[in-house]
Design a protein around this ligand. Structure first.
Ligand code: GLC
Length: 798
């Protein structure tokens, strides 16, 4: 059975592979594989790039952004004895294979194809703890005659900053070598773009790059001109018309890596070659790593270790619902996208990235909470170290160089307390608040509690005279980049966000015996709630913001952008709207913003750019923040619906955002059906429904949370694990298995009366249990670490 099949591919039965059926997908469909330090992208054409620590500052191989050509990569050419040439992926030769499939999996990709009677299987992956990748190539002769094949690898070295637009300059510092005994090409560079204490542009690239193969090569090349030929091209390199490579190495060349192997295959014979590519700390480490993987057994062991690591990560929580697309995304791909793509890699084809976004990776790291909350704490502490003493933070910063951008965007700093609170709810580990970290501009460490309240207190200073928070150079929405540059304009969404944080941190302050602060935060929250409901109410919904001039935007008085999503969803999420208003604004979301692709970020899109709003209005209408579905924000509509008990709507919106469902129309949607898109183009676009910026930040973690915690309703609270489903009425039953504070819970939910929500009965390990938290939910207590428990929840009307 081919699960969820379209003309471009399908999922494997366990959902852990997406099998692409043709190299000609509507856009490159890629995998972002990272081990936390080293990483690579690989598309179904076999293209992609590699990096260590930072995909832009420390790119190992060259790549330039071109999603139409997708022609930068690390390739293997195959030439047979009759001079037929093809690629083990598909690019760059693009020969028509007799058969082809690309299996994107968790931590690996496999491209299988058959050309001229030779079957190839190219497996690419990275060992768990080493700064390198492995390409295991198996070739099988399916013909009745003996075959002689020449194999040539090919890629261009970047060795640092990318894109390498200043190539003539940069290549002058690079040097290649070939170690005949170890079958290894080495490459170094005597300049790096990363500043050190001794100054910018005056340091060695501190790594040694290597490319090796386990079978003795017959030749090698590290000079691009020799390989491609002057005015040559990748599809037909001149080297492939010659018997032997020229074997140029050293300085003063445009450096590439190419190893030539010759193999003979008898009929039905199969041979495997293992190539490595890596970025070592020293020449010694490069040799050690290259040699280690000259052993097929070691390659096999490393691959098994990768699978074990991912299985352990994925299996900590899983769901079994009546909806396959939901199961596959919750169990496999949303976790993988958040961890491999966003927390570790922070890079993909639509944005090569590499930096840490202050708010981005904090939100992404919430994914770890159900799996390994310690890792969320590590992320919180890393971000705390990028806070200034006055409570403000970098908008983003680069690992390696530690250069960061400070701007007037007003919400960034608040994600620290927001995610800290989520960590506390998951773990009840209040000792984390006492752990200490320094500031970017001040070495004396402060407690995490101090870091958090500094952020809150800073935000509380930036209010307008009537009591709404100032937007500055944008709130969560980066595109509102000019609304409040004079620090007069206000943000309504930010008001909701602060309200929620004040309420939450009042609780934290109480727990930590900071009673004065608790009271203060509670009073501020109450005041803010009143102001939001009085001043930010537009008649039918909350308006979006005010400009420095005082003019309202995101309001019914505007012709364009007259209704915004975030001020409505967060009025519910943050508890600002009372019950009646909450339903009213979510009705507006459904009526005015929700389309077949999900709820738009705003509507109608801006057709004219507005210098007082920001770059959002400069995107073409329907694109990204200008009236598209911005998946990250749209997931909050799922949460708001679920909070109101509107289970059919919550699931409907979740399903619209689910890339598997969007991907049922691949010609329209074009993006990968197994990871979320950052955005889907809105109705004003000529490409309404087209997905883009796949593998992007924010959306995977939030969609995962919306599904697990709000639709399936299993979420942590200080008292225990809450069971508060909000599901479609038609569902009969589902199961969630998750770990909570070290104990394992298997929770079965039954819905005999076909309601959306409301837990009538809760049975824990066979005993009726009744710890009620709210009107419709119940709490399962915390148990001892290592114990296993079964929970049965029966839904129904009181
Ligand atoms: C991008 C940014 C994120 C921001 C969002 C909305 O995804 O990385 O930080 O919140 O755009 O503008």
């Amino acid at each position: 059975m081919k699960l969820l099949k379209t003309s471009y591919g399908h999922f494997s039965k366990d959902g852990r592979e997406f099998i692409v059926a043709t190299p000609r997908t509507p856009r490159p469909w890629i995998n972002v594989i990272s081990n936390g330090d080293y990483g690579m992208t690989v598309s179904q054409t076999g293209s992609g790039y590699s990096w260590r620590t930072h995909a832009q500052l420390n790119r190992l191989t060259r790549w330039d952004q071109d999603l139409i050509k997708d022609e930068w990569g690390k390739y293997i050419y195959i030439r047979d004895e009759r001079d037929n040439v093809w690629s083990a992926g598909w690019k760059p030769v693009c020969a028509e294979p007799d058969s082809y499939r690309c299996r994107h999996g968790i931590g690996y990709s496999i491209i299988e194809s058959s050309n001229h009677g030779i079957e190839t299987e190219l497996l690419v992956f990275l060992p768990n703890d080493e700064p390198m990748e492995i390409w295991k190539l198996t070739l099988r002769n399916t013909t009745k005659r003996s075959r002689v094949l020449d194999l040539f690898t090919f890629f261009e070295w970047a060795l640092g900053q990318s894109p390498d637009w200043h190539r003539e300059f940069h290549k002058s510092f690079m040097k290649t070598d070939f170690d005949t005994k170890k079958n290894t090409i080495l490459a170094v560079k005597r300049l790096w773009e990363v500043p050190t204490s001794r100054g910018h542009w005056n340091t060695d690239w501190p790594y040694v790059a290597f490319h090796s193969v386990d079978v003795k090569p017959v030749s090698f090349e590290t000079d691009k001109e020799s390989f491609l030929g002057m005015y040559g091209n990748q599809a037909h390199p001149s080297a492939l018309r010659e018997k032997r490579l020229k074997q140029r190495k050293g300085n003063s060349i445009d450096p590439i890596g190419s190893l030539q192997n010759r193999i003979t295959l008898k009929p039905n014979e199969e041979k495997t070659l293992c190539y490595t590519l890596g970025c070592a700390d020293s020449k010694e480490q490069a040799s050690t790593l290259a040699r280690k993987y000259h052993s097929l057994t070691k390659v096999q062991e490393a691959f098994e270790a990768v699978q074990q690591r991912w299985t352990a990560i994925l299996n900590t929580v899983d769901v079994s619902t009546p909806d396959d697309p939901m199961n596959i995304m919750e169990n496999v791909w949303l976790k993988y996208q958040a961890i491999s793509g966003r927390i570790w890699g922070r890079t993909a084809y639509y944005q090569t990235g590499g930096a840490y976004g202050f708010r981005d990776q904090l939100q992404d790291s919430q994914l770890w909470l159900v799996i390994d909350p310690e890792r969320t704490k590590v992320q919180l502490k890393l971000h705390a170290r990028h806070q200034f003493k006055d409570g403000t933070v970098y908008h983003w910063w680069h690992p390696l160089s530690e250069i960061g951008l400070k701007n007037q965007i007003s919400d960034n700093l608040l994600w620290l307390p927001f995610v800290m609170y989520a960590y506390l709810e998951e773990t009840n580990d209040f000792s984390a608040l006492n752990e200490r970290e320094a500031f970017v501009d001040y070495p004396e460490p402060a407690t995490m509690y101090d870091h958090c309240v500094r952020a809150i207190d800073k935000a509380l200073e930036r209010f307008s005279p009537r009591g709404l928070p100032l937007i500055g150079a944008g709130d969560w929405n980066d595109g509102l980049s000019a609304v409040g540059l004079e620090m007069k304009g206000e943000s309504v969404w930010l008001g909701h966000f602060i309200h929620r944080i004040l309420r939450d941190f009042a609780t934290v302050a109480e727990f930590t015996n900071d009673a004065q602060r608790a009271e203060n935060y509670r009073n501020r929250a109450q005041k803010l709630r009143d102001v939001l409901n009085a001043e930010a109410w537009d008649g039918e919904y909350y308006f979006g913001a005010t400009k420095d001039s005082g003019e309202k935007i995101g309001s019914s008085v505007n012709d364009e952008g007259s209704v915004w999503l975030n001020p409505q969803t967060w009025a519910v999420i943050a508890g600002v709207a009372d019950n009646e208003r909450a339903h009213q604004v979510i009705d507006v979301v459904e009526k005015r913003l929700e389309k077949k692709i999900g709820p738009l970020l705003l509507s109608p899109a801006y057709s004219k750019s507005d210098a007082e709003v920001g770059y959002l209005t400069r995107y073409s209408p329907g694109m990204r923040e200008n009236g598209g579905v911005y998946t990250h924000a749209s997931t909050w509509a799922v949460i708001a619906e679920a909070m109101l008990g509107r289970g059919d709507a919550a699931f409907r919106i979740y399903s619209k955002l689910n890339p598997i469902n969007r991907g049922k129309n691949p010609e329209t949607y074009v993006a990968e059906p197994y990871v979320t898109s950052g955005n889907i183009e809105g109705p004003e676009s000529a490409f309404f429904g087209r997905g883009g910026w796949s593998w992007y930040t924010g959306s995977a973690t939030w969609l995962f949370k919306a599904g697990l915690e709000w639709i399936l309703g299993i979420r942590p609270t200080f008292e225990g694990l809450l069971v508060d489903p909000c599901i479609p009425k038609k569902w009969n039953t589902y199961t969630v298995r998750r770990t909570f504070r070290g104990a394992q819970y298997t929770i079965e939910v039954r819905n005999p009366a076909h309601v959306n929500c409301g837990v009538l009965e809760l049975w824990v390990d066979g005993n009726r249990h009744c710890m009620t938290k709210g009107p419709r939910n119940k709490v399962v207590p915390q148990f001892d670490v290592g114990t296993k428990h079964s929970v049965l929840a029966i839904l129904g009307k009181e």
